[in-house]
Design a protein around this ligand. Structure first.
Ligand code: NAP
Length: 324
């Protein structure tokens, strides 16, 4: 008998076609999010699930799915999944790294430039009919070229952001648990420094770590105080890597110059203070939002789900120890 796969939300059609070749598909073709109770109920007869970062794959949900063998996430981050609970039950968790690296690095740069050069404010000014003439001090922003970029997390996306910084003649510092290979450091002109040095010396601090217990509120009051008053914080990683309340206070008090945020602690809710601040650029979690990339991510998750359920090795296991 064919295995059963739950697809929790609307996806690109390629994923459904791949799954239907090998599985019976229970497709929730909607943009609504299943809460824990509804997700647990839909998983009662599922051998696999193709899910998204909005789906709460908590220990309770994982443990209440008696037949589950694969959780295939359409994202590289998987902080919505209790991987330890899945591993304990020998359920394979997969994600979709790589295909979204360049798109997310592009978006990081778009956000960095928009924040430094005040692009949303400039566009709103023009659309509101306020533009009368060229003025020497109209909507002036901060230098990017030649400044120092500090990357917290230096994996796929952090390195892709560093590669783009070469074109802006920037000095690149990074902080990561492990040192990058010398050839990469040399190619990207990147220097590994402790976090406090990075915060003290960077004009732009850009976050690229996964959300884990040890990276939750990695940037809080102390770290914001350590940054230059003229510096900007860019976050395209996960919202909870930053203490959002502390960030709002720091921006209100002028402890840092501004922030560009693609991700938030309680998406889609924002800290109420953020919307009132003129020196932030806010995006609705669109880091990898390129049609071809999102379609590839959906297909990759479906392929890995099929691989697990048909006894093949998936391309991107998050907990490979389950496969051993
Ligand atoms: P990656 O290749 O795994 O890189 C993660 C980097 O973070 C590695 O350098 C890793 O260091 C470092 N790291 C992990 N834990 C750390 C810690 N406790 N302290 C300091 N550094 C730590 O991942 P990626 O593909 O670049 O993606 C990074 C994150 O971006 C994802 O987890 C996801 O949450 C986010 N993301 C967001 C969007 C968006 O739409 N905004 C899109 C894609 C990804 P080691 O190598 O030493 O472990």
């Amino acid at each position: 008998m064919k295995p059963r796969v739950l697809v929790t939300r609307h996806v690109y059609p390629a994923a459904i076609a791949i799954l239907q070749e090998h599985c019976i598909v229970d497709y929730v073709d909607s943009h609504d999010v299943l809460d824990e109770a509804r997700l647990a109920r839909r998983l009662q007869h599922a051998h696999g699930v193709v899910c998204q970062l909005t789906d709460p794959l908590t220990a309770n949900v994982v443990n209440s799915a008696p037949l589950l063998r694969c959780i295939a996430q359409i994202a590289v981050g998987h902080d919505n999944i209790d991987v330890a609970a899945a591993t304990a039950r020998r359920i394979v968790v997969t994600n979709t790294p790589g295909v979204l690296t360049e798109a997310t690095a592009d978006l990081t740069w778009a956000l960095l430039l928009a924040t430094a050069r005040r692009l949303p404010a400039a566009e709103q000014f023009l659309r509101a009919g306020k533009w009368q003439r060229w003025e020497v001090d109209l909507l002036c922003g901060a230098d990017v070229h030649g400044r120092t970029l500090g990357l917290v997390g230096f994996g796929r996306i952090g390195q892709a952001v560093a590669r783009r910084a070469r074109g802006f003649g920037m000095r690149v510092l990074y902080q990561s648990r492990s040192q990058a290979p010398a050839a990469i450091e040399q190619e990207l002109g990147a220097i590994r420094v402790p976090l406090d040095t990075l915060l003290r010396e960077s004009d732009f601090v850009s976050l690229h770590v996964p959300l884990r217990a040890e990276t939750t509120h990695l940037v809080g009051v102390e770290q914001l105080c350590a940054m230059k008053r003229s510096a900007f914080l860019i976050n395209t990683a996960r919202g909870a890597v930053v203490d959002e309340a502390a960030l709002v206070a720091a921006l209100e008090e002028g402890l840092i110059a501004g922030a560009g945020l693609d991700v938030f602690e309680r998406e889609p809710e924002l800290h109420p203070g953020l919307l009132a601040l003129p020196n932030v650029v806010l995006l609705p979690h669109v880091g990898s939002a390129v049609t071809s990339v999102r379609s590839l991510m959906c297909a990759l998750a479906a392929q890995d789900c099929v691989a697990v359920l048909t006894g093949e090795r998936p391309k991107h296991p998050v907990n490979p120890q389950v496969l051993a």
